[in-house]
Write a protein that binds this ligand. Sequence first.
Ligand code: F0G
Length: 440
Amino acid sequence: MSVTLTPSSIASEQRSTVRCASCGATLDDRTARATCPNCGGLLAVEHVAPKAKGAALRALFDDRLGAASYRGSAADRSGVWRFRELVLPAARPEEIVSHPEGNTPLVAREAVAGFAGVDALRLKHEGHNPSASFKDRGMTAALTQARRIGARAVACASTGNTSASLAAYAAQAGIPAFVLVPEGRVSTGKLAQTLAYGAHMIRLRGDFDDCLELAREASEQLGIYLVNSLNPFRVEGQKTIVLELLQQLGWESPDWIALPAGNLGNTAAFGKALREAHALGLIDRVPRLLAVQAAGAAPFAAGFADDFATRRRVRAETAATAIRIGDPASWDRAVEAIRFTQGHVVAVSDAEIFAAKRVVDACGVGCEPASAASVAGVRTLVERGVIGREERVVSVLTGHLLKDPDAALAARVAGGLGAEEPLTRAEALGHLERVLSSSH
Ligand code: F0G
């Protein structure tokens, strides 16, 4: 099948509905609400199914990887809008705010596979997005929606990556952006990006959960469009991490997809992507999701242990600041994702996260601390015999190493590297000789 990829090929006649998961209320796909206006529940976007299914839909998506993906509009070149029928089909080309984003690599590194204890481990590196985290995939959809509804301003609470991404996409869209971040707990790279891209940043005395509560209140009172991951359009964009990795695997499902879990927006998005990919015949087997939390911020892992009998919240503490979240907003839809995929949730210690990070960094790939949880979690489940050594696993690296340069340096210095005093020219030559002769 041959598809001409011009902006006009965007499937704008295909409509979507926004439905409340709690009370069932339905809204138009041009809604400015991030949560249900009746009951405050979580909203979900439902698309009219595209006409093409199964092999024809796979061919449509594969075709868009052709020459037009180099020469077309930003949306044509985007690893999010390539799947536009499953993201926001009603968006018109001129409404789409795209960098472009996505098209991130899927890599295999023996050292990381050996560390995790599986033969076939791949790393889906979302740190290769324009603002260096997976958040750009949801943000292109959320800012497109902000433009569609004529939002006067956009806002989010964040542990740093959402704020950096929001700042970048709001700058592109020309919409003022406000971000609320927990004081003292956001890494240098993320703060620098947020400020440089021009967002108004408020550092709150409190943690992420306090920031989110305030962001919800402020958006309600001031009519600012809220783009945290409880926003249903964020979820639609983030689904494409899964769609793209399935496409990179030739639409052959792996056995497991592992990801770090904090506010649970991404876990929810992965579940929805797999449900839809299966229903549309893109894949014939559903991979199991593995959501990995930091032990000091693991209410979802605790919930999994009692089959999600009760919703839990904790006071969160972990050096993986991106997932330092105690009261995850997307709890219900993440439970659905784990149940639908017969998935698993596990908590790993900060020491385990940093051990995994050192291996990912040292093979030249690199990631921020929270991202390494997805490798640490696989290792733990292999040790427990839940994941078999021969199973095919994709671990999602959610953010780039340079997001948190302090953590990267600290991890190496703790291992005895990089802590040396500066040397003179003569000392440096002697040092080089000694290192070379000792490495033979
Ligand atoms: N990994 C990274 C690097 C993150 O920044 C986040 C979340 C997650 C994983 C967890 O994803 O919240 O959907 O379960 N960061 C948010 C932020 C909270 O504000 O940047 P989740």
